[in-house]
Design a protein around this ligand. Structure first.
Ligand code: NAD
Ligand code: GLY
Length: 370
């Protein structure tokens, strides 16, 4: 693997930033982060699993540039992304006497990245932050684009801010310790870019997905850099999701309802819910006569072939109608109508706000009975 990371710019005017994709980035973190600092100190938010696997590499990389980096270590998992932890993190940060010019670094998956992002947006009315994503999901999606959030009893990510990072360090070496199930969950969000707008990338995934999952570094570099470029383009065109960025929610309307139905437990990881949701979105599109049935079957086949779930968990105990009701709590509801991302085929996704929820219920009931 080349020692020179691939650099992808997220073009957002005065808030533009680089995403570096490559190997050995944490060991060089000091070199990348130092130009952003006003003093040689940075706060690192992480979880205990990631701290153990990669905290040392990052700390050494920062220390090499003389940067002190006290780690603030949280419990792992979706349960951490809540009000209580956010309040605790802000208090812990304030105990350390932060200054406006200080930087928060999120070392971890989407949970740590989303939580650190909200904390950074609120601390002293807003400090800068850096994303150091350690899951495939966070590298291809959540670390780029500035969406931050915590969950509340009303649903996922309902409180948060758009707060762009100053830099993203997507170190592919972090993926070496990622459990296979987490890797697959991130793979779902990777394939998503092909399903939305690029049939060639989907075909690449069909040919190379197994190698990527097995650990092929060149395949990982290609896919992560591809996904980051796609996301960077989308975010630059529509930072606040008033249009095209909504396409990145392919599979998420169904997925969030499934996550809510299992109480955000690890019965379903976010990426797994998205995988099932993407299959359902294509099956709904086919059922509505918008998309060839063959394309829907191809999506299902590929995701199942790599080992992702493609049907809702058995014994979910919810009906299609109940899941549609859960969709009504989604952020993507406009004037009471649920927004779906549908497709006219692989690589041809579009937003739809006038979908007959009777058909949605039916598609869900069939999937639940499978
Ligand atoms: P996560 O952060 O919970 O990480 C998954 C698990 O993997 C955790 O147990 C973590 O400790 C462990 N882990 C992380 N990196 C590891 C590594 N390198 N080696 C070993 N273990 C490691 O989950 P995630 O899938 O990264 O992120 C999911 C979250 O991201 C959800 O809350 C979702 O809502 C959010 N998300 C946000 C956006 C956005 O745009 N902000 C986009 C997609 C998803
Ligand atoms: N994960 C979807 C987005 O960032 O818009």
């Amino acid at each position: 693997m080349s020692p020179t990371p691939e650099k992808i710019r997220v073009e957002l005017g005065e808030r533009a930033y680089d995403v570096l994709v490559g190997s050995g980035l944490f060991e060089r973190a000091g070199e990348f982060v130092a130009p952003l600092l006003t003093r040689k100190r940075i706060f690192v938010l992480t979880d205990c699993t990631v701290a153990e696997a990669h905290g040392g590499r990052l700390e050494r990389g920062l220390a090499a540039a003389g940067i002190a980096a006290p780690l603030m270590v949280l419990p792992p998992g979706e349960g951490t992304k809540n009000w209580a932890q956010l309040g605790q993190v802000l208090d812990d940060l304030l105990d350390r006497r932060p200054e406006r010019g200080d930087l928060l670094l999120a070392l971890g998956g989407g949970v740590i990245g989303d939580l650190a992002g909200v904390a950074a947006s609120l601390l002293l009315r807003g400090v800068d932050f850096v994303q150091a994503p350690t899951t495939l999901l966070a590298q291809v999606d959540s670390s780029v684009g500035g969406k931050t959030g915590v969950n509340t009893r009303h649903g996922k990510n309902l409180v948060g801010a758009f707060h762009q990072p100053r830099l993203v360090l997507a170190d592919l070496d972090a993926l070496a310790t990622l459990p296979r199930r987490e890797l697959l969950a991130g793979y779902a969000e990777t394939v998503k870019y092909g399903l939305i707008e690029d049939p060639d990338f989907f075909a690449w995934c069909e040919a190379n997905g197994a190698a990527l999952i097995a650990g092929d570094l060149a395949a990982r570099q290609h896919a992560v850099a591809y996904a980051v470029r796609a996301k960077a383009r989308t975010v630059a065109a529509d930072e606040r999701e008033s249009g095209a960025r909504g396409l990145l929610n392919l599979g998420h309307t169904f997925g969030h309802a499934l996550e809510a139905a299992v109480g955000y437990s690890d019965t379903l990881l976010h990426g797994e819910a998205v995988a099932i949701g993407m299959v359902l979105a294509f099956e709904l599109s086919a059922r509505l006569g918008l998309c060839p049935q063959g394309d829907a079957a191809r999506v299902r086949r590929h995701l199942a072939a790599v080992g992702l779930p493609v049907d809702p968990p058995s014994r979910l105990g919810n009906s299609g109608a109940q899941l549609v009701a859960l969709m009504g709590q989604d952020k993507k509801v406009h004037d009471g109508r649920i927004t779906f991302v549908l497709a006219r085929g692989i690589g041809r996704a579009f937003l739809a706000r006038d979908v007959d929820t009777g058909v949605v219920r039916d598609v869900l009931d069939r999937a639940l009975a499978a």
